[in-house]
Design a protein around this ligand. Structure first.
Ligand SMILES: O=P(O)(O)OC[C@H]1O[C@@](CO)(OP(=O)(O)O)[C@@H](O)[C@@H]1O
Length: 459
């Protein structure tokens, strides 16, 4: 990262980390400020520098502090490089890196590592209101640099720190000495992005993502469709209509949404399946139906109950319980596949303002995990109950959340994560993985209902 303090570097670092992690890269942010606080006490005691956080520590004319800050940025980079060598994909060096000499030093160090690439992401703000808001977040968010200080003193000190950095700040320049570097310069997040010497798939993805971000305050609402006929019957997938209780929810939804949104503009996104369209039918807002929002495709298991799947496809049922994120239904999809298919939806969501998505259980789990940065392991078990609107409000470091459950009864379609079997409860292992009482895959196929008779091995 490159940029003066209070220009949203940590915001962009964390946002990028969440996005890339969601796309299954292994990503970590290495924040020099945190390292400074962790290492400072001991080193400072030796170096004779009294304070590690007050503005004086950031004064470029204070040689001892300058040396220490340089050492800490280098130490942080070393930690990042070690982590990459152990298998990480993207390490984010979250520091000001605001002078050419510092960036040159980073470049020289990274060039020594075969196969590592360096891309600078500079965050600039020209809008005084955005800078003021960033300063307010820093001094009011319990930042450890200002623990025990009054907000006024903290703000005054932080402003002084910024002034110190401004004395030596050199922005990335695509026409000057740094024109050979790979970089993206983001000006007033959402207003302008300059891309220089960006090459390769991952770099381009990052640049494209940054181009789509904005920081205009907004809300994102999620709701599953009203209870469907299949939900009542315990069947998965399909394209059934709403149940009578589902219709009651669809009729109650406009009032709830109107209360939450007020007069602000809103766009409603649905899938192309009947149950989401029916749920959205009374909402007086522009609507868009996305094929990408259709529910996870359960392949040969579509329209079965979980009990039927266990009976006819016992090995698949067990595999799904073992690794639900990666399990792909025969002829259908896995959660992993759904994440890939939802990537354009995420990109468009980032570009938009207030959006209400009327979606499905698996789809909303994937989207929800992106906004909250949840792991792949937890993602398929997130609770997204029927007849509940979830409001997410993006904030500097994550999202605030409110849930609005409507008092309209519905079945519970959430299946908890199975507990790992202990030695005492686990069945004895048999060849093929099926117990004596469990039908084999062959049995399952020959006794499967006709609608499920499909060729094997199509996964
Ligand atoms: O991944 P699991 O937990 O099976 O949840 C996904 C399932 O949720 C369901 C309901 O059981 O979603 P939906 O109500 O949107 O139709 C199924 O259609 C879908 O297969």
């Amino acid at each position: 990262m490159v940029g003066l303090p209070a220009r949203g570097k940590s915001y962009l670092s964390n946002k990028l980390m969440r996005y890339l992690r969601w796309l299954e890269y292994s990503v970590k942010v290495f924040n020099v400020g945190q390292l400074r606080r962790a290492l400072a006490r001991a080193k400072l005691a030796k170096s004779g520098v009294k304070e590690d956080q007050s503005a004086a520590f950031f004064d470029p004319s204070n040689p001892a502090a300058y040396k220490l800050r340089t050492q800490m940025a280098e130490e942080c980079l070393e930690q990042l490089i070690t982590w990459l060598k152990r298998g990480g994909n993207v390490g984010i060096h979250d520091a000001t890196n605001s002078s050419r000499s510092r960036r040159e030093a980073l470049k020289r160090r990274v060039e020594k590592e075969p196969g590592m690439k360096l891309v600078f992401l500079e965050s600039m703000s020209t809008d005084p209101a955005v800078i003021a808001a960033n300063i307010a977040v820093k001094v009011s968010s319990g930042d450890p640099d200002y623990a025990g200080m009054s907000p006024e003193d903290a703000k005054a000190d932080f402003l002084k720190r910024i002034q110190h950095y401004e004395q030596s700040y050199e922005a990335l320049d695509s026409h000057g000495d740094e024109s050979h570097l790979s970089f993206c310069k983001v000006i007033d997040v959402g207003r302008s992005v300059t891309v220089n010497n960006i090459q390769g798939y991952l770099e381009s993805r990052i640049a494209f993502y940054l181009m789509n971000l904005h920081i205009t305050p907004r809300n994102i609402f999620f709701s599953r469709h009203g209870e469907s006929q299949y939900n009542v019957e315990g069947k998965i997938g399909g394209d059934s209509d709403l149940s009578p209780r589902g219709w009651t929810y669809a009729k109650a939804l406009p009032e709830l949404v109107q209360e939450a949104v007020g007069d602000a503009p809103l766009t409603v996104w649905t899938s192309t399946l009947r149950r989401t369209g029916q749920t959205a039918s009374g909402l007086p807002y522009p609507k868009l139906a996305w094929k990408s929002l259709d529910e996870l495709d359960a392949g040969v298991c579509d329209s079965m109950t979980y009990d039927e799947i266990e009976r006819y496809y016992p090995e698949d049922y067990a595999s799904r319980d073992e690794d639900k994120f990666n399990y792909r239904y025969r002829g259908g999809e896995s959660y992993r596949d759904v994440v890939v298919r939802l990537e354009p939806v995420i990109m468009e969501l980032e570009r938009q303002e207030n959006i209400l998505i009327i979606g499905h259980q698996a789809i909303l789990r994937c989207l929800y995990a992106y906004f909250h940065g949840l792991s792949q392991e937890d993602l398929p078990y997130i609770k997204i109950p029927l007849h509940t609107v979830i409001q997410l409000t993006p904030k500097a470091y994550g999202c605030d959340e409110k849930r609005f459950p409507l008092p309209i009864e519905a079945v519970d379609t959430h299946r908890p994560k199975p507990q790992p079997k202990t030695a005492a409860t686990a069945p004895a292992a048999t060849s093929g993985g099926s117990g004596p009482d469990t039908p084999s895959l062959e049995d399952a196929m020959t006794s499967a209902p006709p609608s499920q008779m499909r060729p094997q091995g199509v996964a």
